[in-house]
Design a protein around this ligand. Structure first.
Ligand SMILES: *[C@@H]1O[C@H](CO)[C@@H](O)[C@H](O)[C@H]1NC(C)=O
Ligand SMILES: *[C@@H]1O[C@H](CO)[C@@H](O)[C@H](O)[C@H]1NC(C)=O
Ligand SMILES: *[C@@H]1O[C@H](CO)[C@@H](O)[C@H](O)[C@H]1NC(C)=O
Ligand SMILES: *[C@@H]1O[C@H](CO)[C@@H](O)[C@H](O)[C@H]1NC(C)=O
Ligand SMILES: *[C@@H]1O[C@H](CO)[C@@H](O)[C@H](O)[C@H]1NC(C)=O
Ligand SMILES: *[C@@H]1O[C@H](CO)[C@@H](O)[C@H](O)[C@H]1NC(C)=O
Ligand SMILES: *[C@@H]1O[C@H](CO)[C@@H](O)[C@H](O)[C@H]1NC(C)=O
Length: 804
């Protein structure tokens, strides 16, 4: 969230790291740097607003990220006249003109020196160098490595992305046991928790078993003396000269707890972990009468007939103000009626049961202006009057077990009074709209002319570097017959079958949500177009018109490998499978090692391995991860949902290397020789013996064990029976297990994989991949997931919340 601020630039004027009593440490523009320049302290103004705050942020990042704010609730109006100084009483103070104290530290013992540490901790030292006060004891919305979370401390979000004052959501150790963390609304309502500490992790956070950039320490758990902190370590092979990447935990204004590391390669924060996964679990997110959904980009909307109580904050992503009736004047007994909004769940409201029939229920609601509506339960035949606030409103229409319905109070429809003013308004609207439309068209035309001129030049550039063809949207629309024949749908977009005017078959990929602008798109497409290899799908051309971004590939006759990994799919012979294994490895090895710019594919899986008319495998979709921007939440979902192909380091907070592709390739190999998917619902007769996770079967841990024990025959697709080469199968099996090793360093490079498969290099027996096993067995992971989808907030606070 802090990435989107607009800032008034605060010019650094480096000052001594230490300050002495009585000395003015900071005025106006001046800042203090930590010893090695990681953090900086000074005045800042979020969003260029009139309010100034004393804060600490990362000194070197292009987008300031504030990790601490001193005067969250008492901003300074004018930075020119504000100073930070160490008072005669040994407290650090923010002073305004006339000597009024805006904010000060609370130390009892007198301090004589001020120091900003490399950790981001601001400390006050006594004459004997003892710390008498530190900012780490008074955290804002960020939890930094080394910061100690204790029973009396919590991390509280900013009110909004431009207002550092305390918002509604906090992270804290859960009282009274202090054995787990919880996210709470307004200091009371828990909406997510980590589960109890089990000695090395929290029960509800299985990711903590992954080799992580973090080391966690929990002193005295389950006692009021509990203290929890973490330190970041540099993982081996993660670069950065043995220093951990910049990293932080953050509670954002929409109540989500997130972990970030800084990726210097892309100059962005990499968000690799976020809870709760379902944003609608965040208590009160959409405010009174706001309906929360998990589908659209914007989580909240008002019910029909209602509008945001504060349009401005609503549009800036702060929904807590909730919704109001569009027409505020409903409190009239003669005029009132009710409108059913279907089966919903909600919290926070008071329900008053009304005896008698539904008429008396309606009448009693209409008599009281603060009555929001009715809640009717068809099964029990009870009717309640609903008094606000109605929080956490969620649509349950898909859930057939719900039988209650909410009816909100509205004006009676078809009331003549209401329509009187409608016509003039309508006419005015239409007229206004036409004018705006006319103007926008004119502006658009001018822009287009200019763009077209520019485009011509760029197109010639493209031609000079690659053999890529630039297609017009019209052309592709015709080639695909209006995008009618869908070949598949992947993470980056939908693929359609097409035929060009020279009657060659193509696959046209229509990209969704492309990140970056046209220029970046063209540059990236050029890179992809330059990569050619017999085991990579060839990019023939592209189209980039207005918001359309399409890629045109050679069409592969025999479709994706995934089609053959079903029991009812065509059986591939061992020869074909072995060829696919080697060919795919060669294609990826080329991407990793032989292209001018090494490309990490990031999405190796059977769906992205296509087979041509001779069953030669061709890897598709390379280069797209960069083109589309890596969407970590998508990766997270994939990882948690299927444990499919995603290497554990994806969620460990380190930068991804080519070894992530090796992992995915290993998972794909297991599916290839097994002739099955790695995650399957069990067959009715429980053969196979794979590890069961809830009602799903997870093949890889079991397969890996068989292969290590020399029993590859048990893993090979039973349809192949004796018609396969045992020596080759053994090799492929061992290579697969090497590829899915926990440690990146233990996995071979793709070049090495090719040599191993070819038999040029001897393949030893690998150790078992432990992580895979631990994540699947151990705590029931699926159980945890199921639990987190539930309504524990509602249940835990049943006195004031209701769910039917
Ligand atoms: C802040 O720095 C700028 C540029 O150096 C300068 O023009 C401005 O006067 C400074 N303001 C204060 C309050 O020092
Ligand atoms: C600052 O950098 C120097 C040189 O790299 C290093 O020796 C020193 O330990 C660093 N200080 C801190 C507090 O990190
Ligand atoms: C955290 O606080 C506990 C209890 O106050 C203390 O024992 C521990 O040393 C502290 N740890 C750090 C890293 O400050
Ligand atoms: C938050 O808590 C305070 C007191 O603890 C209460 O007065 C206030 O109404 C609460 N706000 C909401 C939105 O529940
Ligand atoms: C967590 O630990 C506390 C204190 O030991 C215990 O009362 C509680 O039941 C535990 N919760 C779970 C879910 O096991
Ligand atoms: C709830 O979802 C159903 C089905 O998707 C839809 O018909 C209904 O209008 C929704 N209700 C509200 C209040 O949005
Ligand atoms: C309306 O209902 C509220 C909540 O039940 C109650 O406190 C209030 O007295 C009622 N007002 C009238 C006029 O009945």
């Amino acid at each position: 969230m802090s990435l989107i601020f607009c800032f008034l630039v605060v010019f650094p004027l480096i000052l001594a790291v230490e300050g002495q009593a009585g000395e003015v440490l900071i005025t106006g523009n001046k800042t203090i740097l930590s010893e090695n320049g990681t953090f900086k302290m000074g005045f800042f103004s979020a969003n260029g607003g009139p309010n100034w705050y004393l804060g600490i942020w990362y000194a070197s990042l292009p987008t300031p990220t504030y990790v601490w704010v001193a005067n969250r609730e008492t901003p300074v109006k004018s930075v020119e006249s504000a100073t930070v100084e160490l008072g005669g009483d040994g407290r650090l103070k923010i002073m305004e003109v006339g000597g009024s104290v805006v904010w000060q530290t609370t130390n009892v013992e007198k301090s004589t020196a001020v120091k900003l540490l490399e950790s981001g901790n601001l400390v006050l030292l006594s004459r004997k160098e003892k710390v008498v006060w530190q900012s780490f004891d008074f955290p804002a919305d960020t939890w930094l490595p080394g910061m100690n979370m204790t029973a009396h401390r919590s991390i509280t979000c900013w009110k909004s992305s431009v207002d550092p004052s305390p918002g509604s959501y906090s992270l804290r150790l859960k009282p009274p046991d202090y054995g787990e963390f919880e996210l709470v609304f307004n200091g009371t309502m828990m909406y997510w928790s980590t589960g109890n500490w089990t000695g090395d992790r929290f029960a509800g956070v299985p990711e903590m078993t992954i080799p992580y950039i973090y080391k966690f320490r929990f002193l005295h758990p389950f006692t009021p003396a509990a203290a929890f902190w973490y330190t970041a370590t540099a993982l081996e092979n993660s670069g950065g000269g043995g220093r951990p990447p910049l990293n932080r935990f953050h509670v954002d204004s929409s109540g989500l707890l997130r972990q970030y590391t800084w990726f210097p390669q892309t100059d962005t924060w990499n968000m690799f972990w976020s809870q709760p996964e379902n944003r609608c679990r965040v208590y009160g997110l959409c405010g009174n009468l706001g309906l929360c959904n998990t589908v659209t980009l914007k989580p909240c909307e008002c019910l029909a007939g209602f509008q945001p109580s504060d349009e401005l904050s609503w549009s800036s992503g702060d929904f807590s103000g909730g919704c109001l009736r569009e027409d505020n004047n409903v409190c009239s007994e003669t005029d009132g009626g009710f409108e059913g909004i279907g089966s919903v769940s909600f919290n926070g409201a008071a329900l008053v049961p009304i005896p008698g029939n539904s008429k008396s229920c309606e009448a009693s609601c209409l008599m009281n202006c603060s009555c929001i509506g009715l809640y009717r339960n068809a099964r029990s035949n009870l009717c309640y009057n609903v008094y606000g606030p109605v929080l956490n409103l969620k649509n349950l229409s898909s859930d057939s077990t719900e039988e209650g319905e909410l009816h909100v109070r509205v004006h009676r429809r078809g009331n003549g009074k209401k329509n009187k003013w409608k016509w003039p308004v309508l006419i005015a609207c239409v007229a206004g709209f036409s004018i705006i439309l006319g103007l926008s068209m004119a502006v658009l035309l001018v822009f287009r002319k200019r763009r077209q001129r520019k485009k011509k030049v760029e197109e010639e550039d493209v031609f000079s570097v690659t053999n890529l063809r630039v297609f017009s949207y019209k052309e592709l629309n015709a080639a695909t017959q209006g995008f009618s024949e869908k070949l598949g749908h992947g993470g980056f977009g939908t693929v359609f079958k097409g035929e060009l005017s020279d009657s060659s078959q193509v696959a046209v990929k229509r990209l969704e949500r492309p990140g970056g602008g046209e220029k970046e798109f063209r540059a990236e497409v050029c890179t992809i177009g330059n990569i050619q290899h017999v085991n990579l799908v060839r990019l023939r051309g592209f189209c980039s018109e207005n918001s359309h971004r399409l890629l045109v590939y050679d069409c592969m006759q025999n479709g994706p490998l995934s089609v053959y990994l079903r029991r009812d799919g065509e059986n591939l012979s061992w020869d074909v499978r072995f060829r696919v294994a080697i060919g795919t490895a060669r294609g990826i090895a080329y991407l990793h090692e032989e292209c001018r710019d090494c490309i990490i594919h990031c999405d190796i899986k059977p769906e992205n391995i296509l087979l041509d008319s001779d069953f030669i495998p061709k890897v598709s979709d390379f280069g797209l991860a960069k083109l589309m921007g890596r969407d970590f939440s998508r990766v997270l979902a994939t990882m948690r949902g299927t444990w499919g192909y995603v290497a554990p380091e994806w969620i460990s907070g380190v930068a991804i290397t080519a070894k992530a592709d090796v992992y995915s390739y290993g998972m794909t190999l297991l599916e290839l020789i097994g002739g099955r998917r790695n995650v399957e619902t069990p067959p009715s007769a429980g053969g196979g013996g794979a590890a069961a996770t809830g009602d799903e079967w997870f093949f890889p841990p079991w397969a890996a064990r068989q292969i290590i024990e020399g029993n590859v025959a048990a893993v090979v697709d039973e349809r192949l029976r004796d018609s396969y080469n045992t020596a080759e199968a053994e090799r492929v099996g061992l290579v697969a297990v090497w590829c899915i090793q926990d440690e990146e360093a233990a996995r071979p490079t793709m070049g090495m994989v090719v040599k191993m498969l070819e038999g040029i290099v001897e393949v030893a027996v690998p150790p078992p991949p432990k992580l895979l096993q631990a994540l699947v067995s151990g705590e029931s992971f699926h159980g945890v997931l199921a639990e987190s989808g539930g309504t524990s907030t509602g249940d835990a606070n049943s006195h004031s919340s209701h769910r039917w």
